[in-house]
Design a protein around this ligand. Structure first.
Ligand code: NAP
Length: 304
């Protein structure tokens, strides 16, 4: 029987592991291979207090610190969590863990376009991260799909490097902040195409074009280019914990200010929750909160 099982090893999970370790809780950290999570995809962190530099390096420090405080690491995926009495976690390697508390911090996944060419050209001209991969497209023709802050900010970043950037958005109203959209409209290298959806990514070994379709006229247009960035947001997967928590309209896990879900002893923190700003520093703070709550629960049984 564990005191706490932490699911996920991004900024939230690794911080929770440090706090749980320092409280001498019997802790297992279950994680997939991507130790460090989303912070790993940022090459230039400028807003983590006390640290400026590549995301993976910061996450390596988190990881070393979690190990130092005794977190037992288990590489596996959790497939189901139930709570007959204490929590039971089923893993994809057939193992079962029992624990008094569980902290969920496995992040979210990038939404997929579900169009032909998406899988084939991923990493061959198709990317889901302008921040990470813009430097790979100097003087190239590119497109960014999406109308949120990630897409429009990404297009502006890309325009500093690429020759041409199309923004392809399925509506004519943007989710991105108006000031950012205004900047994009004024950038000569950017061409904004609204009311259009991507229907196919074409190429041979690498991307050669993006086919888009006007949502009103259904007319297709093929944009010759070498780079496509899909920046269409995120999805949170919660089916493995069905019944134990509530989600909001965006599918994010509802928590209170103590990182508590609706089930006593079950906490969530980081990007998979309803917290408004998905930032490394915020995830780290919430990881600490969740671990301290777990400690309170294990030692005093004072959950809620
Ligand atoms: P987002 O705000 O959810 O925007 C996703 C965009 O992709 C939307 O415009 C959506 O269109 C479009 N989309 C979704 N599915 C699509 C599909 N299948 N085909 C074509 N288009 C599709 O995601 P995000 O831009 O990644 O931002 C996530 C969160 O992080 C937001 O809260 C955002 O404000 C925040 N963020 C903030 C900053 C900043 O403050 N500097 C920077 C980046 C991100 P519809 O609009 O039609 O739904």
């Amino acid at each position: 029987m564990e005191d706490v099982v932490i699911v996920g090893a991004g900024a939230a999970g690794l911080t929770a592991a440090v706090y749980a370790g320092r409280k001498r809780l019997k802790t297992i950290l279950v994680t997939g291979p991507n130790i460090g999570g989303e912070t790993n995809s940022t090459n230039d962190i400028q807003n983590y207090p006390g640290y400026e530099g590549p995301g993976p390096e910061l996450m390596k420090k988190f990881w070393e610190q979690a190990k130092k405080w005794g977190a037992q690491i288990l590489e596996a995926r959790v497939t189901k969590i139930t709570k007959p009495k204490d929590f039971v976690l089923e893993l994809d390697n057939g193992q079962k863990l029992e624990s008094k508390t569980v902290i969920l911090c496995y992040g979210r996944e990038r939404r997929k376009l579900n169009i032909p060419g998406e899988d084939k050209f991923f990493g061959r001209g198709l990317s889901t991260c302008t921040t990470c991969d813009s430097p790979l497209f100097p003087n190239k023709e590119t497109a960014v799909i999406g109308g949120g802050n990630s897409a429009v900010e990404g297009a502006l970043e890309l325009a500093r490097i690429a020759k041409k950037v199309y923004i392809v958005h399925r509506r004519d109203v943007f989710r991105a902040d108006e000031v950012t959209v205004e900047k994009a409209r004024q950038e000569p290298k950017i061409e904004i195409i609204t009311n259009a959806v991507p229907v196919e990514i074409k190429g041979d070994k690498f991307v050669k074009s993006l086919v888009i379709e006007d949502v009103n006229s259904m007319q297709k247009r093929e944009l010759p280019l070498q780079g496509v960035f899909s920046e269409i947001g995120w999805e949170t997967h919660t089916s493995m914990v069905q019944g134990l928590l509530e989600t909001n309209a965006a599918g994010e896990i509802m928590i209170d200010a103590h990182c508590r879900t609706k089930t006593s002893g079950l906490y969530a923190c980081g990007d998979l929750t309803c917290i408004p700003y998905k930032q490394t520093v915020i995830s780290a703070g919430h990881g600490a909160t969740a671990a301290l709550e777990a400690y309170k629960f294990v030692t005093g049984g004072k959950g809620h």
